[in-house]
Ligand binder design. Structure first.
Ligand SMILES: Nc1ncnc2c1ncn2[C@@H]1O[C@H](COP(=O)(O)OP(=O)(O)OP(=O)(O)O)[C@@H](O)[C@H]1O
Ligand SMILES: [Mg+2]
Length: 210
């Protein structure tokens, strides 16, 4: 299965989700992360993780080749490909991913600015679905603070946009940021990451139900 993490806005959690979902799924299936973002955040993450001695998912950095070429090659070798896209829906990488993916996940933070930026992406996803009928897509709320009014209002608001919303989002947790210090995933972070691991596991389950 090809799963693309995409958004039209930076810093919404594409790389955090790509790398943690990859670690969770790679324990049960063959999987590769395709870093399609020129910022190469997941590539750096993976490099630091390996240097720190963690077992990291396989990762390929998009350099000379196109997304199409990379996916054509990788789909012969791996059961799942997770594509970490650049923060633009107009980028060639995101467009190519939409044409080839089975699943597109759009992380959205619980703020109206993020939601406004998402309206555009929904139209493009719908157009892509006309070309690529396999494509299922959903928004995923990230950095939720369950007790705040904004998070509650946003949960209702995202549901009005004509794209499914995963029933589980990620809470704002320091562990997601701390993991970056030594390139680990929440799965490598012991008992203090139990809640985050459970959250990522549920996200994986929900993605497979789409
Ligand atoms: N649920 C969360 N709780 C706390 N921090 C988070 C959470 N999700 C993401 N972050 C932090 O937010 C920052 C941005 O996340 P990330 O790099 O995954 O976003 P991105 O969409 O890939 O960004 P870019 O568009 O620049 O590639 C990072 O510092 C990350 O650790
Ligand atoms: Mg990123």
């Amino acid at each position: 299965m090809i799963i693309g993490l995409m958004s039209n806005k930076g810093g919404v959690g594409k790389t955090t989700l790509s790398m943690n979902i990859a670690k969770g799924l790679s324990s049960r299936s063959s999987l590769v992360v395709l870093d399609a973002d020129p910022q190469q955040s997941s590539t750096h993450w993976n490099r630091v993780g390996k240097l720190s001695g963690f077992e990291c998912p396989d990762l390929v950095t998009l350099e000379e080749q196109s997304v199409d070429e990379a996916i054509a090659k990788l789909s012969n070798q791996y059961e799942h490909i997770i594509v970490d896209c650049p923060p633009s829906i107009e980028s060639a990488q995101t467009k190519a991913t939409l044409n080839l993916a089975d699943i597109a996940i759009v992380p959205v933070q619980p703020s109206p600015i993020d939601l406004w930026a998402t309206v555009h992406i929904i139209g493009i996803i719908k157009e892509s679905q006309a070309r690529n009928p396999r494509l299922r897509a959903a928004m995923l709320l990230n950095q939720l603070e369950p007790r705040t009014t904004l998070s509650k209002v946003m949960k209702n608001a995202v549901g009005q946009f004509g794209l499914p919303v995963l029933p589980i989002g990620l809470r704002r947790r320091a562990i997601y940021r701390n993991c970056l210090l030594d390139g680990r995933s929440v799965y490598d972070s012991g008992v203090r990451a139990e809640d985050a691991i459970a959250e990522i596991e549920t996200v994986i389950e929900e993605i497979f139900k789409l």
